[in-house]
Ligand binder design. Structure first.
Ligand SMILES: Nc1ncnc2c1ncn2[C@@H]1O[C@H](COP(=O)(O)OP(=O)(O)O)[C@@H](O)[C@H]1O
Ligand SMILES: [Mg+2]
Length: 253
């Protein structure tokens, strides 16, 4: 069962506690959204799930497919099917997108890797994402616009076929057309592969395309409220200050 369970996760960087008793349960086929103000630990959470060694987990557990993943390296986690589309994708000089993806897929698929199939898939997905086909032959993310970097993360997702997808602020830096393409392609992938998805955002606009099962609000490193998609509307109207929002909602009723 592709089930991610986070229990009482506490994590710090340079002695500063970022996540506090953080708990989250994401089952196969569920779409979860985490929203919250800047600096509350959203990116930290995604990087810890992926295995970024900069952060220290001081307490708690993360399991995926019934394995404790905290002891696994990032590439082992990737092999288990975990994927992170980053808020600020790295630029890598001298390594082309094609080199990177071919190597990653070759490692994942072993002897069954097929170069012709890979090239065909890259062409198909680039077209689907309305990306310039030649971009894959440039150094990763170098000179890419914000929108191109984000589409490139989605391209990687399609090729690596993860069973648990995290997308951190995938909507930032996107114009309305790219937002639509990215949003629709996330849902297309969802319908094809039925992964578990965790979307991190602080805008509601991506949710015009993506219909979450659960919406969580994070504040100071912990989830303070969970609801369904209607919580997004509440946040849109009243911001993240829930005490205010609750009283406002009552007044309107
Ligand atoms: N590499 C780092 N070094 C020092 N502090 C960091 C680092 N990464 C994150 N932090 C701090 O952790 C807190 C949470 O950051 P982050 O997870 O990026 O927030 P969010 O994604 O919710 O905006 C912030 O106060 C940030 O300054
Ligand atoms: Mg962030």
């Amino acid at each position: 069962m592709n089930h991610l369970q986070i229990k009482n996760l506490n994590a710090e960087i340079e002695g500063k506690q970022i996540l506090k008793d953080f708990c989250l349960d994401i089952k196969e086929g569920e779409i979860h959204v985490i929203m919250g103000p800047n600096g509350t630990g959203k990116s930290t959470l995604s990087k810890i799930i992926m295995g970024n060694p900069t952060y220290t987990v001081t307490n708690g557990t993360i399991t995926y497919k019934e394995q404790n993943i905290l002891s696994l390296s990032p590439d082992q986690r990737s092999h288990l099917g975990i994927f992170l589309g980053m808020q600020l994708p790295n630029e890598i000089e001298g390594v082309t997108g094609a080199d990177f993806l071919r190597t990653a897929l070759h490692e994942k698929e072993g002897d069954s890797f097929n170069l012709m199939r890979f090239i065909k898939r890259v062409d198909e997905i680039s077209m689907q994402l309305k990306m310039d086909k030649n971009m894959i032959h440039r150094s990763i993310n170098q000179g890419f616009s914000g929108g191109e970097k984000k589409k490139n993360e989605i391209l990687q997702m399609y090729l690596l076929e993860p069973s648990f997808v995290m997308l951190d602020e995938i909507d930032s830096g996107l114009d309305v057309d790219s937002l639509k393409i990215v949003g629709e392609n996330i849902m297309k992938y969802y319908h094809e592969k039925k992964p578990a998805i965790l979307i991190i955002t602080h805008y509601q606009r991506l949710l015009d395309y993506i219909k979450p099962d659960f919406v969580h609000i994070i504040k100071e490193g912990t989830i303070i409220k969970t609801g369904d998609a209607s919580l997004v509307k509440e946040i849109e109207k009243n911001g993240f200050d829930l005490q205010d929002s609750e009283s406002t909602v009552k007044e309107e009723v």
